[in-house]
Write a protein that binds this ligand. Sequence first.
Ligand SMILES: *Cc1c(COP(=O)(O)O)cnc(C)c1O
Length: 419
Amino acid sequence: MTDKDPARFHPETLAVAFGYDPASALGSVKAPIYMTSTFVYPSAQYAKDVHEAYFDGTGPLVGESNHIYSRLGHPGLDILEARLAAIDGMEAGAAFSSGMAAHSSIALAWLTPGDSVLHGRPIYGGVDMLYNAIMPQFGTHASVYQDGTDEDGVRAAARAAMAQGPLKLIIAETPANPTAAIVDLALMVRIADEVGELQGHRPLVVVDNTLLGPFAQRPVDFGVDLILTSLTKYCGGHSDLLAGGITGRKELIDRLLMLRTTWGNHLDPYTSWLVLRSLESVHVRTERAMANARGVAEFLQSHPKVAGVTYLGFLPEGSRARAVYDRQCRAAGSTFSFHLHGGEAEAFRMLDRLRLFKLAVSLGGSETLICHSASTTHYALSPQQRMEGGITDGTMRLSVGLEHVDDLIADLAQALEAV
Ligand SMILES: *Cc1c(COP(=O)(O)O)cnc(C)c1O
């Protein structure tokens, strides 16, 4: 695509071609993989100009795509980052070696000793660990809001965070894993504005958009500052890579890119290329997976051995979560939980009878995955914490893939007979 203005196209179109011009690579329809660690210059002065442009943003080569060394940036990253930003509707993007590398980079870029951060719970386990076990070693504080749709509750949690130190980051994972708890992004932005008035500097609102992905939920429409996506999941989509992306205003992304040069947690050329390839089809893959998930959720909902199904499409009419879901989400996703009558023994009997479903953590791949939450993804939590998060000993998380829905339902039906 040679058009440089992403606003002229839909995200689906941008996902196929934005950020790459075949004329830059001998007419190759697909972007090449630049497997190199370093880049050659035609002269000593040129090398100096490249460094000046990179580090000071001045001199004759500003705006040219010249590279120095692949840790500082490489052509595959340029294309991928332009495309991620275009899809999300943001100004700029940065790609990292995993979703957690992206989360850690935000923490290290914006928190200094004494600062505080506000986040919801449940939240991805690695993020919980980052803000509650690791960053506190550098003197930061974490406060939690329990219900991301409850305006008074979130406001009170923000005041509690400010009492511990300057509030710099508000983190929202929505829907949250594995309970599908919804966080109201417009509310988060409102609270950030209020906090900004009170403390004289506004915290950044960061949304982890991994669960629904860039097409089914568009955080840019709600005014958030940074959108983070574990590209390992739906965007990668084939359970064969790890990567993370962040998009946002150029000045915020520039800060991350400059720090990434030192941290060295950039995404490598080959994986950048794999993610670019996967981005082309993420919207059609997720549409099919979401249609399959609805079929599987409806089957489970009506099954006598199933106590309940935590699926966004079943949020009760009239509830606060439903109102936010209707405003904020375009689809119900394809990762959800269900709860068996009974406990671990019943769950394990069922899991060991499955023939098509694969027993594994992770989500968003082409194949259907299932895991027993209490003994795997939420193993490290206390039983009390699990109950608070709605996880019983009979809870299982499903990531529904691209197989034929009838085969998925048939496999579940025969396995449920073992319960
Ligand atoms: C998997 C996941 C992450 C972490 O991503 P990695 O690529 O595994 O490091 C962060 N947030 C959410 C919601 C996830 O599902």
